[in-house]
Ligand binder design. Structure first.
Ligand code: ADP
Ligand code: MG
Length: 289
């Protein structure tokens, strides 16, 4: 007979849980089409040996000017394409080494919100079809075949982002940009992810709407225990939302730290330059007060 565990005594600490997300030496090279018959095709090093970890419930900002590799990083973390080298460990599992079935099932844990709420929503699909779509793509998990269940899950996701169940049968053009981005966020939430990768999620929105969507993301982080990999060229937004910031220049991490120190005492000339450019471009920040 196994003796019952004595009450009040803490369990033996097991092996430390892996971080939610660990990126190890991630690089991506793209080969461009040849410009000339005699030329070798040029190669772009879009990402170059990027490593970081992101713990559950935290948010990591990624900043860098256009072309620095931010979206490439997002696609690799989301396993939308394979890296040239390196690993993406989600909850300890190397996504790029998983067999397709396991990867499909693992996708429930991480979802993405894209920049453009116009381009990322299919204009012919209803909100219900759009929001419930990730459920259909998940195989290997309990398939949610029941239409009522799907509708119920989609309604809950919509309500979590401040929309109504009555919106389920509408189509995207009936919504404003901010509302469309809320629909995109609802679609990301429906699989109950632990990680959301947001690539410039408010950059396409009016400044007045940006703060509302950022507030929503922040509120969802608390209520759903989410972690964010939050990509933005707007330093003020990252300053407000993120616990840690990573500065990318030409595919490399040149500086990393909490925004309070990174944005007040930047060490790397490139970070200093980004800050100066941001100060010069003000006012364009929409960080909620
Ligand atoms: P960011 O999101 O920071 O603007 P990207 O990750 O989009 O940067 O791009 C990084 C670099 O990689 C750029 O030089 C870009 O032109 C190049 N790049 C990105 N995706 C591709 C691709 N699919 N094929 C070729 N080059 C690409
Ligand atoms: Mg980009």
């Amino acid at each position: 007979m196994t003796p019952a565990a004595p009450g009040g005594i803490a369990a033996q600490p097991g092996p430390a849980a892996p971080p939610l997300l660990a990126v190890r030496g991630l690089s991506q090279r793209y080969r461009l089409p040849r410009q000339h018959l005699l030329q070798r095709s040029p190669v772009v090093q879009a990402l170059d040996g990027v490593s970081f970890t992101l713990e559950a419930g935290r948010s990591l900002g990624v900043v860098g000017e256009s072309g620095s590799g931010k979206s490439t990083l997002a696609r690799l973390v989301m396993a939308l394409e394979a890296p040239s080298t390196g690993q993406v460990l989600f909850e300890g599992r190397d996504l790029h080494a998983l067999p397709p079935r396991s990867l499909r099932a693992a996708r429930a844990g991480f979802q993405m919100v894209f920049q453009d709420p116009y381009g990322s929503l299919d204009p012919r699909r209803t909100v219900l079809q759009t929001v419930a779509e990730p459920l259909a793509l998940l195989q290997g998990r309990q398939p949610m075949a029941d239409a009522d269940q799907r509708r119920q899950a989609a309604a809950e996701a919509l309500e979590a982002v401040g929309l109504r169940a009555a919106d389920l049968d509408k189509v995207p053009h009936q919504f404003s940009g901010g509302q469309r981005q809320r629909i995109a966020i609802a679609r990301a939430l429906i699989t109950r992810p632990r990680l959301i990768v947001a690539d410039e999620p408010v950059s396409a929105l009016d400044v007045s709407v940006q703060a509302q969507v950022l507030n929503l993301l922040q509120q969802l982080q608390h209520t759903h225990g989410l972690s964010y990999l939050f990509i933005s060229h707007d330093l003020a937004v990252v300053d407000h939302l993120c616990d840690e910031v990573l500065v990318l220049q030409r595919g490399r991490v040149v500086e990393q730290g909490p925004p309070q120190t990174l944005f007040t005492t930047p060490q790397h000339p490139y970070t200093q330059q980004l800050l100066q450019a941001a100060a010069g471009a003000a006012p364009q920040s929409a960080a909620p007060a």
